[in-house]
Ligand binder design. Structure first.
Ligand SMILES: Nc1ncnc2c1ncn2[C@@H]1O[C@H](COP(=O)(O)OP(=O)(O)OP(=O)(O)O)[C@@H](O)[C@H]1O
Ligand SMILES: [Mg+2]
Length: 406
């Protein structure tokens, strides 16, 4: 079953951490980061080989090289180092009206930075960035912050959100990302105020599949772990980018390699093998991807405790119908009726069924999933659906709360 690499968990402590070459964007900020040639990211204590050094190794195998479709892995993070004052300025003192949202890590604010230097700028000049500020009560905070810097700071791919910089000053830990103006897939699916077409849904899932296939295709596979619709962010053209690699784990390419980690009970998109054994595989991400496919098909949350008893888990409820040509059409979101052919519904059912197979070995890999989704997008373009001409209205696209009755 491959090697169990529990020690590479981001939550494992590392005293020496990662030695990486500072980039041209690295400016001293008096926080332990400097513009000298080497930077130690993890300055906590412990001399064991931590996740960063494994990542360094993986990175050096590729350093500077193009991987796959426009992907790039950098030898060292190319990130701007901000002071806390910089980010206070950029976000207008973290004003509540600058807040973009809140997640497990903390609050995310809209900030303004200079387009070229990425230095903080006055509101309205330069470009917008998303500034994530760690919640000081978060226990996992530093490990996640460090992991995000090490993973996302080194990976460049059109379908990964770009990390622009970071700040560590006293207890303050912040991350600065490219701003994704269309928000998250979750927002469009579940807090809809306007129609959310099938074409957009499949386009977004193709983008997300490309991002995940890139992570899985690296020599040391990166298991993303956090595949859920709130971490799929959208640029102004609805190109999807995966965000939040703070929980990501590295494994070797050996078949079925896995990491053993503490079970996160809140992980609503977790694969069964993870819940049962704590073992996580690249194919566990494929399971999570399958759950999100189910969400874009149905317009429903994969798990919703507010649904009637027995209907809380969508996969338990609907999986048997996914492989049936007759039944799959009945589970599709009524808000997108008429926008896809019946062949598309059938094919979507099949690939979602495969991704959610209980045995990880039987699931397709992300490259195979991507190929299928591209094919599905193509067949919808060439086979117009004449079965329904029902107009799509904003009100008809409201999906929540909606319950299935069979
Ligand atoms: N780069 C970004 N551009 C625009 N909005 C963002 C960006 N990053 C995060 N957000 C928004 O900020 C909010 C919080 O994001 P965050 O990633 O902290 O939490 P989450 O994804 O909802 O949950 P989790 O803690 O599981 O990641 C979300 O609504 C998200 O849409
Ligand atoms: Mg997130």
């Amino acid at each position: 079953m491959g090697i169990c690499i529990s020690s590479i968990s981001s939550s494992s402590s590392s005293k020496t951490g990662l030695h990486c070459h500072a980039s041209t964007n690295n400016h001293s900020n008096g926080t332990g980061f400097s513009s000298s040639t080497t930077t130690t990211l993890a300055t906590t204590t412990n001399s064991s080989v931590g996740p960063q050094s494994q990542f360094s190794e993986a990175a050096s195998e590729y350093s500077g090289g193009i991987i796959g479709d426009s992907g790039l892995i950098l030898e060292s993070p190319s990130l701007k180092v901000y002071s806390f004052q910089d980010l206070t300025t950029a976000t207008k003192n973290f004003r509540p009206d600058s807040m973009l949202g809140q997640g497990g890590f903390g609050k995310v604010y809209r900030g303004w930075i200079d387009t070229k230097t990425l230095a903080p700028s006055k509101a309205g000049s330069g470009m917008i960035a998303a500034v994530k500020r760690l919640n000081s009560e978060s226990v996992q905070g530093f490990a996640e912050w460090r992991s995000e810097v090490n993973f996302l700071g080194r990976l460049s791919h059109p379908n990964l959100v770009k990390l622009l910089g970071h700040c560590r000053e006293g207890k303050e830990l912040l991350l600065v990302y490219e701003y994704m103006p269309k928000g998250s897939l979750s927002h469009h699916l579940f807090q809809r105020t306007e129609p959310f077409s099938w074409d957009l849904r499949i386009k977004i899932m193709i983008g997300a599949a490309r991002g995940l296939a890139f992570l899985h295709g690296l020599q040391r596979t990166v298991i993303y772990r956090e595949f859920n619709p709130s971490n799929i962010l959208l640029d102004s053209n609805y190109e999807a980018k995966i965000s939040d690699l703070g929980q990501a784990k590295l494994v070797s390419l050996q078949a079925h390699s896995h990491v053993a980690i503490r079970i996160m009970e809140t992980y609503g998109y977790a694969a069964p093998e993870y819940l049962e054994t704590g073992h996580l595989y690249a194919k566990s991400d494929v399971y999570g991807f399958g759950l999100v496919l189910l969400e874009i098909m149905t317009g429903l949350r994969v798990y919703d405790p507010k649904r009637p008893h027995g209907q809380e888990s969508l996969v338990d409820l609907l999986r048997p119908k996914l492989s049936s040509e007759d039944k799959v059409k009945y589970i599709m979101d009524k808000a997108i009726k008429g926008q896809y052919s019946s062949k598309v519904a059938t094919e979507m059912g099949r690939i979602t069924f495969s991704c959610t197979k209980p045995d990880p070995k039987k699931r397709p890999n992300m490259k195979e999933v991507l190929d299928v989704l591209e094919h599905i997008q193509h067949i919808n373009l060439v086979i117009p659906d004449l079965s329904s001409t029902k107009p799509i209205t904003a009100s008809s696209s409201q999906s929540s709360p909606r319950h299935y009755q069979f």
